[in-house]
Ligand binder design. Structure first.
Ligand code: ATP
Ligand code: ZN
Length: 225
C-alpha cells in the first residue's frame, strides 16, 4: 500500500501517452517539475507525487495500491487484468474516466499477398502479439484454434521473419501495417487511455482531493468536445 499521505499517480515515462498525460495533469492545475528525469516528480502546489514508469507496470502498481491513481491504455489494462486473473492475484481497479487521447485498436493482420481472408483462415495458424490474453479470449469466442506467439516489440515484422503467419497488433492510422506489407482484418479491441483508481483507497484526504480533481477533469473533457 502507498502509505505516503501524498496522492500518488502513475503515468507512462516515455511513450505515446506521456505528452498527453503531462498536458492533462497541467490542465487539472497540478504543477509539476517535470524537467527532472526522475522516477518521481513532486507537485509544487498539491499533495501529489507523479510516478513515471513503463505503461505495462501501471495497472499492477494501482491494483497493488503502490499508486492510488494511474493513466493507462485500456488495451494494457485489459491484458494485465486477464493475466492477473489467470494467476489468481488481485486484478480489480475502479475506472474513474475514459480519456480523450491514446485512441488505437487491436487488430488482426496478415501478409498482403495472401489477399482478403475470413476468420477460418486463422485455423491452425500462429499469431504474433503483445496481447496474448486478449487474443486468446477472442479466438475462444470465435471458436478458432490458433496459437499465439508472444512478442513485446516489432510484432509487425514477425510474418516476414517467419516467426508467425499473422499478427494481432495496435493500429492507429494503419501506416505501419502498410509499410510492412500487411493487410488489416478484424478489430478485436478498441482502446483509449483511461484513469484508474485503486479499488481499496480509503484515505479521506486523498479521496477528497480526487473529488476536487474529477469535476476539473470533466470540464477539460467537455471543453474538448
Ligand atoms: P513502454 O516503454 O512504456 O512500455 P510501449 O512501447 O509499450 O511503452 P507505446 O508505444 O508508447 O508503448 O504506447 C503506449 C500506449 O499508447 C499503447 O499501449 C496504446 O494504449 C496507445 N497507443 C495509441 N496509438 C497507438 C499506436 N498506433 N500504436 C501503439 N500504441 C498506441
Ligand atoms: Zn509498454
Amino acid at each position: 500500500m502507498n502509505n505516503s499521505n501524498r496522492l500518488r499517480i502513475a503515468i507512462q515515462k516515455g511513450g505515446r501517452l506521456s505528452k498527453d498525460c503531462q498536458e492533462l495533469l497541467k490542465q487539472l492545475g497540478i504543477k509539476l517539475n517535470l524537467r527532472e528525469q526522475r522516477l518521481i516528480a513532486h507537485s509544487t502546489n498539491m499533495p501529489i507525487d507523479v510516478l513515471r514508469v513503463r505503461d505495462d507496470d501501471i495497472p499492477g502498481l494501482v491494483m497493488e495500491g503502490v499508486c492510488d491513481l494511474g493513466i493507462v491504455g485500456e488495451n494494457v489494462l485489459v491484458e494485465v487484468q486477464a493475466e492477473r486473473l489467470r494467476q489468481g492475484i488481485p486484478s480489480e481497479v475502479t475506472k474513474l474516466s475514459k480519456l480523450d487521447f491514446g485512441y488505437c485498436r487491436l487488430a488482426l493482420a496478415w501478409p498482403q499477398e495472401l489477399g482478403k481472408q475470413d476468420k477460418s483462415w486463422f485455423e491452425g495458424k500462429r499469431i504474433a502479439t503483445t496481447y496474448p490474453e486478449i487474443l486468446k479470449q477472442y479466438l475462444k469466442r470465435e471458436g478458432i484454434n490458433a496459437s499465439t506467439v508472444m512478442l513485446t516489440g516489432s510484432v509487425e515484422v514477425a510474418p516476414r521473419a517467419g516467426l508467425a503467419d499473422a499478427i494481432c497488433d495496435l493500429v492507429s492510422t494503419g501506416a505501419t501495417l502498410e509499410a510492412n506489407g500487411l493487410m488489416q482484418g478484424d478489430t478485436i479491441l478498441e482502446s483509449n487511455a483511461c484513469l484508474i483508481q485503486n479499488k481499496d483507497l480509503q484515505d479521506t484526504d486523498k479521496l477528497a482531493l480526487i473529488n476536487k480533481l474529477m469535476p476539473r477533469l470533466r470540464g477539460v473533457r467537455q471543453a474538448k468536445e
